[in-house]
Design a protein around this ligand. Sequence first.
Ligand code: SF4
Length: 268
Amino acid sequence: MAYASDLEARLAKKVTQAITTYSLVEDGDRVMVGLSGGKDSWALLQILDVLRRRAPIRFSLVAVTVDSGYDGYHHDLIARTCAERGWECRIEHTGIGSTMDDLLDDGATPCSLCARFRRGVLYRLAREVGATKIALGHHADDFIETLLLNLFFAGSLKAMPARLVSDNGEHVVVRPLAYVSEAEARQYTKAQGLPIVGCCCPACGDLALERQRVKRLLAELAIEHPGVKQSMLKAIGNVAPRHLLDTHLNPPAALVPLAVARVRASGA
Ligand code: SF4
């Protein structure tokens, strides 16, 4: 079966590469796709459906949409589009938006609290729909922007994992678009005629100022050095721990004999 376009073939190759490298989808999986209606989540659902039809393994898909309860959110359009394309879909209506209004002080940044609420709902839904994996639409630009955000503003060297097991071991969160750029996800969603639905959160857009700054920085750098994003993505998978200052990774020399003595004393 031929791909619908060169773009689709490129995406399929990149997603397959991520899936096989990190074991993101396995035989018998029921993959729950977090579908916000944004360009990235549509691209993810569409390309996973394309791969599902061609893959040598069997897996099924179910899309879930978490409605935060903001006025004007077109969850109906998401449900209709899924029905037209034969995609199983569940819309979960919640009061996350108003709960956050109650909890947050004026001017506080809501995104991390919102993400925690949404993650909790996704975990519950995964249980209810019998999902073995939860797939999210983060793409390569998200990975490298998160790396820089943590580096510049949080004092830690971390991006995000392609596969993450929840703290209680119950859920596996996967990010199959890890090698797909934001531009490719946007183009693909557009080419597939999928309707991009805004989240209608009042904070959306102006709040992530640091992320916007990082995006601008990367765009400026990419004019001079077109390969800069590719290099950063490669760097996340090519870590040299001994060349960092983390004393957990590199215990100071004085501590090494102590650690050895402890191991010997324990008889291990
Ligand atoms: S922009 Fe709004 S919907 Fe998006 S994470 Fe932040 S608070 Fe949540």
